[in-house]
Each structure stands twice: as C-alpha cells, then as structure tokens.
Design a protein around this ligand. Structure first.
Ligand SMILES: Cc1cc2nc3c(=O)[nH]c(=O)nc-3n(C[C@H](O)[C@H](O)[C@H](O)COP(=O)(O)O)c2cc1C
Length: 406
C-alpha cells in the first residue's frame, strides 16, 4: 500500500481496532450453506424497513456476501398483503436471493417456503429473535425457542419444503438471563437440518442495549456441529475479524453498522482478503451514494413511499458530518430527488468521513424491556402447538409494527 494510504487508513482506524491483523492467507474459509458458498463469510442482517431490494443492491455492489431480506410474515405473504409481497420480491439481477421468513404455524411456514422456492429463492432464513412486543405477545419471534418442540416443527416444515435450498435460523440468546434458549435452539437447528444458526448475542429483554455477549457465540460454536453466524456490534470491518477469531464462528451477520454505510461490505471483503481497507468516503462521495439510494427507492416503491423512506436514510448517512443537524431539520420537505440534491449542497463535499461516526449507534436506543409473552405461555414448555390461532388482523398489525421495529 502507498504511504499516503496508510496515513488515511490509520486516521480512520479507531483505537479499539488498530491492532487487529488483517486476514491471513488460508486463515478463514468461505461460509458453506448447502450448495451456497459465501465469501467473505459475511451476511447482511435482515432488518425490517431497511434490507429491501434497493438497499441490498447498494450493499451487493460494494462487496460480496449474502444479503438477506427483512422478515416477511407468512400469514401476510399467504394472504397476498401487497406491501409484504413487494418486500419479499426481488429483481433478476439479484443472486443469490435470500429471504427471511417469520411465522408461528408450521403449516403456513411450509406453504410459504414452498412458494418462495418456486419463485427461485436461493436461501431461506427464519426469524426466531424478534423482540417486538406485538410479536412476542403472540408467541412469535424470540418467544418461539422457549418451546423447543414447536421450534422443531416449524424448522422441520421449512426444511422439508425448501428441498435443496438451504434454511438457516436466527435467534437471540433467549428471553432474558433467566430464560436462555440459544443452546437448545442450536440443537434443534442441527437436528432438523438447518444449515446454520445465527446468534444475535443479546436477550430479547436487552433489545439493543449494552454490548453483545460474544462469549455466548463461542459457547454455541462449541455446542453444535453446524456453522454458527455471530451477530452483534460489528461496527467496523476489523470487528468481524475479531469476532471470528475470538469465537470460532463460521461467519458474521452485520446489522446497524452498515446503516448509511453500505461500503462497509467492501471494507469487510478487503480485511478478509488481507487488504487494508480504503479510507471511508468523503461527504461528496457519500452524497452520490445517497442520490443513488433515493433513485433505487423511488424506482422500487414509487415516488411518494420511496422518498418517505429516504428520510431516515438521510439521517444515517449524514451522521457526524458538520451541519447535518440542519439537514435533519428539513427532512419533512424532502419530497423528490431534486429536493434531496438541493439539501445535500448545504454540506461541504470535501469533508472527510467523521471518524467518530464509525461506532455511533444507529436506529435503536439503549432501553431494555420486560418481554411480553402470551398468557400462560410458560406453563407447558413441551407444548408443540402454535400459539392460539391468531387473528389474521392481529398478526398483520404485529407485522406492521415489526416493520418499524425488528
Ligand atoms: C431497524 C432494524 C430492524 C431489524 N429487523 C430485523 C428483522 O426483520 N429480522 C431479524 O431477524 N432481525 C432484525 N433486526 C436485528 C438485526 O438483524 C441484528 O440482529 C441486530 O441489529 C444486531 O446486529 P448489529 O449489532 O450488527 O446491529 C433488526 C435490527 C434493526 C436495527
């Protein structure tokens, strides 16, 4: 690397990471998920309201890896809920195509997975980690692993319907420290033919607060023979190397760190391949990505919904740049791409990427919660029946809340 580049990279390497050696030849292996071989072993976390086709496209252009859709509710999908079908959809340029499914009824899940596979989906992930109140209150998301027999039935239905298409599951550590479920979920995943298990190393009660417990990832690696994907607090590319080396996980799942930073996937490809990543973009380059993102959103969701979605992205992309507060104040007026271009002229295109923004948390606060479960849910943990037959409307409402939650 040229000397000038070393200076630039060093300026942006945070103190936490400066001493992490780059990937060495032969040190890491591609992530094997049945017929899929994923290199670098990096997965874009499913994120409701975020990992739709437009954002996946931006990320995919930067690097390689596997880019998962946001959670798609089986009921909503099966009844043909319009937004749900759009969010589950893709375009021919996306390959491999990966969809995360959510549901509590093995029959629905089986039917949904069959339909997705018929549409050409290459990978199915299953959501057993969502902590959102309206979801757990119905026995969904992170409530499911509390009942391992039910978890078994749901995973089995998906694996059977998927045929050769790999199925993975994604869980949290458990409900809270008194009710940990990740090890039993690992056993179920292994036994039912899931190709990997992803662990967001927090409990549902923790939501996004505190630090992810990477030791739990190591514990799961030691307990199962299928690949474990570690998840939680990868803010910079070097964090991924640290996580894999510290826990022995087969790959990493990257969530909030890439919000407004799709080039994180290029940096991840660099460090796994043993290359020093380039310094992050200056504001002029970030602004170009933002305009492209807005164009993709408008093309996919239409002008009104697309620009409305762009507002949160503007907040994430501009985080830490001088003058970004004034931009955020005027987001209400952001109704077309011309207005976005105009707004972006307020910031200095030559300003380098603010190093402090690298580890700044985006999207979620620091609060905890008491997890809400269906009444009597803990009375019989061996019960393998789906929670009380939920009203379609209830589940759609939960889905809509999850779209803004996750
Ligand atoms: C806005 C947002 C939406 C999310 N939606 C989902 C989802 O649909 N499915 C899921 O399994 N996890 C969801 N999550 C959790 C992430 O996939 C990931 O597990 C979590 O953010 C921890 O990883 P991180 O520390 O890299 O962000 C969501 C997280 C965020 C921030």
């Amino acid at each position: 690397m040229a000397e000038a580049d070393v200076g630039a990279a060093a300026r942006f390497a945070s103190p936490v990471n400066r001493d992490v050696p780059l990937g060495q030849p032969g040190e890491f292996r591609p992530l094997g998920l049945g017929p899929l071989s994923v290199w670098p072993p990096v997965v874009l976390a499913p994120m409701a309201g975020v990992t739709n086709y437009p954002f996946r496209t931006l990320c995919r252009r930067q690097g390689a890896g596997l880019y998962v859709s946001e959670m798609i509710t089986a009921r909503a999908f099966l009844v043909g809920h319009r937004t749900t079908l759009l969010l589950a959809s893709s375009r021919p340029d996306e390959t491999p195509r990966s969809v995360q499914v959510y549901g509590t009824d093995p029959k629905d899940i089986g039917e949904m997975v069959r339909a997705l596979v018929d549409q050409g989906v290459d990978h199915v992930d299953m959501n057993f980690g969502c902590p959102v109140r309206k979801v757990t209150r119905l026995g969904g998301g992170s409530a499911v692993p509390v009942k391992p027999r039910l978890l078994e039935r749901i995973v089995r239905a998906a694996v059977r319907s998927a045929g050769a298409v790999p199925v993975t599951i994604k869980v949290r550590k458990g409900i809270d420290d008194g009710l940990l479920t990740f090890l039993s979920s690992g056993r179920v995943a292994e036994q039912e033919g899931a190709r990997a298990i992803g662990l967001h190393a927090r409990t549902a009660s923790q939501l996004y607060s505190g630090e992810a417990d990477w030791n739990a990832i190591g514990e799961l690696v030691a307990a199962v023979s299928i690949p474990v994907l570690g998840n939680g607090d990868i803010w910079e590319s070097y964090d991924a190397l640290r996580m894999v080396r510290q826990t022995g996980c087969a790959g990493v799942i990257v969530g909030r760190g890439c919000l407004g930073r799709p080039w994180l996937f290029r940096e991840l490809a660099d460090v796994f391949d043993g290359r020093e990543p380039k310094a992050p973009p200056n504001f002029g380059q970030v602004a170009a990505v933002m305009v492209e993102h807005a164009e993709l959103l408008v093309d996919f969701f239409g002008p009104v919904h697309g620009m409305r979605q762009m507002r949160k992205w503007v907040t994430w992309y501009t985080k830490g740049f001088r003058g970004s507060a004034s931009v955020r104040n005027d987001l209400g007026a952001l109704d077309d791409i011309a207005a976005l271009r105009q707004l972006l002229t307020r910031l200095d295109p030559n300003e380098p990427f603010p190093a402090a923004a690298l580890r700044a948390h985006r999207a979620k606060g620091s609060q905890c919660q008491r997890v809400s479960l269906p009444e009597g849910y803990l009375d019989d943990l061996d019960d393998d029946r789906p929670p009380r037959s939920v009203h379609g409307a209830d589940e759609l409402e939960a889905w809509e809340e999850a779209l803004s939650g996750g």
